[in-house]
Design a protein around this ligand. Structure first.
Ligand code: UD2
Ligand code: MN
Length: 337
């Protein structure tokens, strides 16, 4: 790889914002279309129109080849810190100009093999969201993903239901685009290596293999939390997540059981590439540990066919399109009492 902007060598820790888009990258197709496909960051026109027109023009003209399996601009280990105060406004300035409204991106010089919806379960974690957007957008662009970011916010102050939010995110994203891959990502999980590809694999993928909070080791082998990816087909086969894990814990273990019952295996990146930093946090209000949940995990075999996508009920309260993401507030119908 040519030196990244700022003269960093492969494997050297590189502040994320430098790794945006390497105009001198050797991604081949740049050379031919240099004039045409160079991201018009340095034009005065509002980026949105030019780039979109450019992308659509190319794609309609069918001149773009498929993106390579190994994206050419990856740099490996990343330097990640959360001391810098980041606001959404500031992140919009830094990474917004390459995005289409709603946090949508398509690589300008090749056609991605997958259409990836990134689903983030959310409530009252705006500081974490700014860090996530600051680090993940440049990484996803270098990975040449055709993606959209969906922040699924639980409306109201009732007991939190992470899994039901993610089921709702799956349904809402498909209303916008024929996504064929879904990455379910905690808002506080930032990858430490951009070779950990945010895409789908032959088996449901557990991307968050080595988290700093767990000393970069799997606390238990069946862990399937933090950041995972399932293709549309895989997710349908397991009937999505359970809708009935209220409060903290167990929804990821229940999904692991569903996957093992219906699909027999999961896949993981190696532990060096699968390293993550979790932004330090306490237990959130209204997401207390639910002592019932561990018992429910033992019932997966009896419940998964009738508790999931096919029994999902929620109400969309609001949809907001930000440059960096699509914000969907949903009422998950918290049970009384
Ligand atoms: C672990 C899992 C997580 C989930 C949880 C049990 C890892 C790395 N993470 O994380 O995936 O299985 O245990 O439920 O294994 N959130 C909000 N607002 C809230 C509460 C939660 O936005 O008030 C969202 C946010 O995206 C957060 C995620 O839900 O990252 C998981 O909640 P957590 O961070 O409190 O769970 P944690 O760190 O114990
Ligand atoms: Mn967390």
């Amino acid at each position: 790889l040519p030196a990244a902007d700022g003269g960093f060598k492969r494997g050297q820790r590189v502040p994320a914002v430098f790794l945006f888009y390497n105009k001198n990258s050797s991604s081949g197709c740049q050379t031919e279309g240099n004039k045409k496909s160079q991201l018009p960051g340095n034009t005065t026109e509002p980026l949105q129109t030019t780039r979109t027109a450019e992308v659509h023009q190319n794609s309609t003209a069918g001149t773009l080849g498929p993106c390579p399996d190994t994206p050419p601009d990856l740099v490996g280990p990343l330097h990640v810190e959360f001391d810098t105060k980041r606001t959404l406004d500031r992140v919009r300035e830094q990474v917004g100009s390459f995005l289409q409204l709603g946090g949508r991106f398509k690589p300008p010089n090749c056609v991605s093999k997958q259409k990836v919806a990134i689903i983030i379960p959310f409530r009252n974690r705006y500081e974490h969201l700014s860090h996530w957007l600051y680090y993940l957008h440049p990484i996803l662009m270098r990975q040449q993903v055709d993606y959209g970011v969906y922040v699924i916010n639980q409306d109201g102050e009732g007991l939190f239901n992470k899994a039901k939010l993610m089921n709702a995110g799956h349904v809402e994203a498909l209303k916008e685009y024929d996504y064929d891959c879904f990455v379910f990502a905690d808002v506080d999980m930032i990858p430490l290596d951009d070779q950990n590809l945010y895409r789908c694999f032959d088996s449901p993928r557990h991307l968050a293999v080595a988290v700093d909070k767990f000393n970069f080791h799997l606390p238990y082998n069946n862990l399937f939390g933090g950041v995972i990816s399932l293709s549309k087909d895989q997710f349908l086969k397991v009937n999505g997540f359970s809708n009935t894990f209220w409060g903290w814990g167990g929804e990821d273990d229940d999904l692991y059981n569903r996957v093992m019952i219906r699909l027999k295996s999961i896949s993981r990146p190696d532990s060096m590439i699968g390293r993550y930093k979790m932004i330090k946090h306490n237990r959130d209000l209204h997401n207390e540990v639910n002592p019932q949940n561990p018992y429910k995990v033992r019932e997966t075999i009896h419940t998964f066919k009738t508790d999931g996508l096919n029994s999902l009920k929620y109400t969309v309260k609001e949809v907001k399109k930000d440059r960096l993401f699509t914000f969907i507030s949903v009422d998950v119908h918290v049970p009384p009492g």
